[in-house]
Ligand binder design. Structure first.
Ligand SMILES: [Zn+2]
Length: 278
């Protein structure tokens, strides 16, 4: 079994290839306003229905609860609550150690900066029973602690998806803070995003925020979240995670990148609720 330094070597080798593998995403990351526009206008329902039916999503929730028992319920005092109440570097470390205790994985958190390093949130590589005997999750801790914790939940979502859909490819699943729209056409990315969105908005909260999220007209449902729903999403972030994007001390583009993610996960959560009642 590879020791810690072997894992660090694998992480370093994967990170060295980030720029080559993510050129489309890096390009999108430089233009978050384009991402935001397309996310806001997209109808998520057809993509969700095409990739995952209700049974699939229920299966993802059931499988994810082995790692996150409180998933999609009001409270998980042991794990999710620790993220919610301690959205700081020390809270993140606590969260990491708890996740490692629950899952048979290699979890590696380290900052990855540089000119485009912040485009990367993390990655997931499944085990191959050769050089990697346990799945490997890397989280870029150069991000805000709330974002880094969110990355961890997305990567745990990959582990869940690999179990539910019995996928064992050694492919590296990079998570870039951009081009979220591409996740709608990829069943593994979409499943991972659903796990994160269920952590961020458990059912009781999702029903409150998104129960009347959509603007209806006579014939078709609007594809955009209502203003009121978006205000509630912002307030949810402030109240539950202690984060206000408007007030946060972050560079403007990073705020826009985070805003794109915020819109994506809110729309995804809202669509899962509207389409499948989950
Ligand atoms: Zn991913």
């Amino acid at each position: 079994m590879p020791g810690g330094s072997e894992i660090e070597k694998i992480v370093a080798a994967v990170l060295a290839g980030v720029r080559a593998s993510g050129s489309k995403e890096l390009n999108a990351w430089h233009h978050p306003e384009r991402d935001i526009r397309s996310l806001a206008q997209s109808d998520y329902a057809p993509s969700l229905r095409q990739q995952l039916d209700r049974i699939d999503v229920e299966e993802i929730v059931r499988a994810a609860r082995t790692a996150l028992p409180g998933l999609n319920r009001d409270h998980d005092p042991e794990l999710i609550e620790s993220w919610l109440t301690e959205a700081s570097s020390s809270g993140l470390e606590l969260l990491f150690s708890r996740v490692v205790n629950r899952l048979d994985i290699h979890l590696h958190g380290a900052p990855f900066t540089g000119p485009e390093g912040l485009a990367l949130r993390g990655f997931f590589v499944n085990r191959d029973d050769k050089s990697l005997q346990r799945p490997l999750i890397y989280v870029n801790t150069a991000h805000h602690p709330v974002a880094a914790a969110a990355t961890l939940f997305h990567e745990v979502g990959h582990l869940v998806a690999s179990e539910v859909f019995d996928q064992r490819s050694r492919e590296v699943h990079f998570f870039f803070d951009a081009d979220y729209i591409a996740h709608l056409n990829d069943v593994e990315e979409l499943s991972a995003d659903i796990v994160l969105s269920l952590v961020a908005y458990p059912a009781p909260i999702a029903k409150k925020i998104f129960g009347t999220a959509w603007n209806w007209d006579a014939l078709t449902r609007s594809t955009e979240l209502s203003n009121d729903a978006f205000c509630q999403v912002s307030e949810h972030f402030r109240a539950r995670f202690g984060v206000s994007l408007a007030a946060a001390d972050l560079p403007a583009r990073r705020k826009l990148n985070y805003l794109a993610g915020m819109i994506h996960f809110a729309k995804l959560r809202s669509t899962v609720l509207a389409e499948y009642g989950i």
